[in-house]
Design a binder for this molecule. Structure first.
Ligand SMILES: [Zn+2]
Length: 124
């Protein structure tokens, strides 16, 4: 069951596993490539370096999502994809973020419960 995957590599150097479009790249990488080869170079350097600094503080998985949302925004603005496709990307990205937040909260809660449990044992 080897479905075709995007021919691009992700920011961390691992192959992108997203479903490719006719170009052989996924929707996000396709849009990102077109963005960088057309008007991407003209974008102001200041905004980009601020964004880059902010991105460095994010977990890598979240950065991938930011890349996808950014690419989708560019693609919608350039009318390369429909607003409803852009909306679908935004809503999936939002769902991803909420699920990951939930996972993080769960992990922290478990750690706190374990800490509380071991303190109880220690006192008894
Ligand atoms: Zn890709």
């Amino acid at each position: 069951m080897n479905a075709p995957t995007c021919s691009s590599t992700r920011r961390d150097g691992t192959p992108c596993r997203a479903t490719p479009t006719a170009s052989g790249r996924c929707f996000a990488h396709d849009a990102a490539l077109q963005e960088s080869t057309s008007n991407g170079r003209r974008r102001g350097g200041q905004n980009k370096s601020n964004a880059r600094r902010a991105a460095k503080r994010m977990p890598r998985e979240l950065r991938d999502i930011v890349d996808i949302v950014e690419a989708a925004m560019g693609a919608v603005l350039q009318s390369k994809v429909s607003p409803s496709q852009g909306h679908a990307v935004a809503s999936l990205a939002g769902a991803w973020v909420r699920l990951h937040e939930l996972g993080e909260v769960q992990q922290r809660l478990e750690a706190l419960e374990q800490a509380a449990e071991s303190r109880k044992g220690w006192r008894a």
